[in-house]
Design a protein around this ligand. Structure first.
Ligand code: HEM
Ligand SMILES: *[C@@H]1O[C@H](CO)[C@@H](O)[C@H](O)[C@H]1NC(C)=O
Length: 469
């Protein structure tokens, strides 16, 4: 009896959805078909499957079966995944206007809805120019010695032989570099308040979104409010002093649109928190992976060490800090950074949403569906990177084929912080290999996602200061 009712119900549901789909089939795309793939159960869809196995093998298995474009259901959304360089370029570059960024509302609320990466069109272009300007090569070349000083002070607390979480330490470093890029030299008091409150926001970011008091998400929302207050204070102080600084805050404060409008305090705050957010965990996870890769490949470590000690010796003799020119001439270390970006592919994929029905190679990408370029699959495809599971920096002696290497994304939303990130990473590599040796502790295999892949428990490790010789 119960099962009859159940089947009737399913039948009606199927009928209704059939009628609904027919009605929605608009004329121009009548003959287009959806990409291949299995949708699993609606809502639960394939989410369970995605979370019960390594996401990379999940996507890789589908790619093997269906090819460069396939559909699926994850997190309650209808998704189309793109696993080829051309498809990624189509969505991110050539037809970028047809695909808007899309993030869960709960995350948008935490960071601030006016942050540039949630937007598309004029507002995005305006903000992007400002952010790009403050992070350009011309701007960041003046930051080298400050970044080096931050690397030195970040490692001050490492007691010889004591176990520390590499990721945690790298996060402290990347946070301070972020603060430097945004505010220039910021008063200690403000830095501390921002750091403490931001870490509460950070903890809430991956927790279940709810307004129930005492939960990590709610605490994060409250901390986010306090951040706005602190930022308002910093901003009004800056306005009083009428400083024309070239840091991000300076660029944002000086901006006027064509009607002469300045940015509101909320727009300023959302974008500052947005950049801090985009800058911290990303860079810290890449550096954590580099510490692991160099540990796992002693010969490479020796080569990097030789390169960096050469620079270090010259600077120590002449009592000089690291220079911009030196950071641009670290070929061995630079290839290690590139290969780490490829291997770890910490931004495994991104999300967009089709703003209209779009045709790609005879397939229909329906309006409202999510679209995911799969960076990691492209970076791990043997067609583009031979023996992809092997850590081999020398592969970057030849530049990768167009659109096959996108650790910083591509197109209108590509990472404006990529040069700063690389500078910051190279500076840390220089400091690490010239002043320390290290040993990775315990389980060496696991990966944890939070949301970026990082070695298990943030890579616990012991560091020892090297006697300078
Ligand atoms: C190794 C470190 C980093 C990696 C791997 C990385 C990666 C990326 C990627 C893949 C995107 C594009 C996302 C998409 O298209 O959906 C992106 C966007 C962005 N990144 Fe980074 N990033 C890093 C460091 C930084 C740093 C240091 C900053 C700032 C100081 C930064 C600021 C931004 C901003 C503001 C955006 C949004 C751009 C827009 O929407 O127009 N990132 N990043
Ligand atoms: C957060 O910011 C407020 C100022 O709004 C400050 O008084 C407080 O010490 C900061 N730290 C924490 C952990 O809340």
């Amino acid at each position: 009896m119960v099962s009859t009712v159940f089947y009737v119900f399913i039948f009606l549901l199927a009928l209704l959805s059939y009628i609904f789909i027919k009605r929605n089939n608009r004329e121009p795309h009548k003959r287009l078909k959806l990409p291949p793939g299995s949708m699993g159960w609606p809502y639960i869809g394939e989410t369970l499957k995605l979370y019960s196995q390594d996401p990379n093998s999940f996507f890789a298995a589908k790619q093997k079966r269906y090819g460069e474009i396939f559909k699926t259901h994850i997190l309650g959304c209808k998704c189309i995944m793109l696993a080829s360089p051309e498809a990624a370029k189509f969505v991110l570059v050539t037809q970028a206007h047809l695909f808007k960024p899309t993030y869960p509302k709960s995350k948008e609320r935490l960071i601030g809805p006016s942050a540039l990466f949630f937007h598309q069109g004029d507002y995005h272009i305006r903000l992007r120019k400002l952010v790009q300007g403050s992070l350009s090569l011309v701007a960041i070349r003046n930051l080298v010695s400050d970044i080096q000083a931050i690397a030195v002070s970040a490692s001050d607390s490492w007691v010889s032989g004591q176990i520390i979480s590499t990721f945690h330490e790298m996060k402290r470093y990347s946070f301070e570099v972020g603060i430097l890029a945004i505010f220039g030299h910021l008063e200690e008091r403000y830095r501390e308040e921002l750091k403490k409150n931001y870490s509460i926001v950070d903890r809430g970011y991956n927790s279940f979104p709810t307004n129930i008091p005492g939960t990590p998400y709610k605490k994060a929302l409250l901390a986010r409010k306090r951040l706005s207050k602190i930022l308002s204070e910093i901003i009004s102080e800056r306005k009083e002093k009428r400083l024309l600084e070239k840091d991000l805050l300076g660029c944002l404060l000086n901006s006027k649109d064509e009607k002469g409008q300045v940015l509101t305090d909320e727009q300023l705050a959302d974008n500052i928190i947005g950049v801090l957010f985009a800058a911290q965990d990303t860079t810290a996870s890449v550096m954590t992976w580099i510490v692991k890769y160099l540990h796992d490949h002693p010969k490479l470590l020796e080569a990097v060490k030789a390169e960096q000690k050469e620079i270090g010796k010259f600077n120590d003799l002449n009592n000089l800090p690291l220079s911009w020119t030196q950071t641009r001439k670290m070929p061995v270390s630079y290839k290690v950074v590139l290969e780490s970006l490829r291997m770890a592919s910490i931004i495994s994929f991104t999300f967009r949403e089709a703003v209209d029905d779009v045709e790609y190679k005879g397939y229909l990408i329906p309006k409202g569906w999510k679209v995911m370029p799969l960076f990691r699959n492209i970076h791990h495809n043997p067609e583009f990177f031979t023996d992809p599971q092997k850590f081999d920096p020398s592969r970057f002696e030849v530049p990768p084929k167009p659109n096959t290497f996108m650790p910083f994304g591509s197109g209108v939303h590509a990472c404006p912080g990529n040069e700063l990130a690389k500078l910051e990473i190279l500076t840390m590599v220089h400091h690490l290999v010239t002043k320390f040796r290290w040993e990775v502790v315990g389980s060496e295999s696991g990966i944890q996602y939070g949301p970026f892949p990082v070695p298990q428990e943030g890579l616990p490790a012991r560091f020892w200061r090297e006697s300078s010789s």
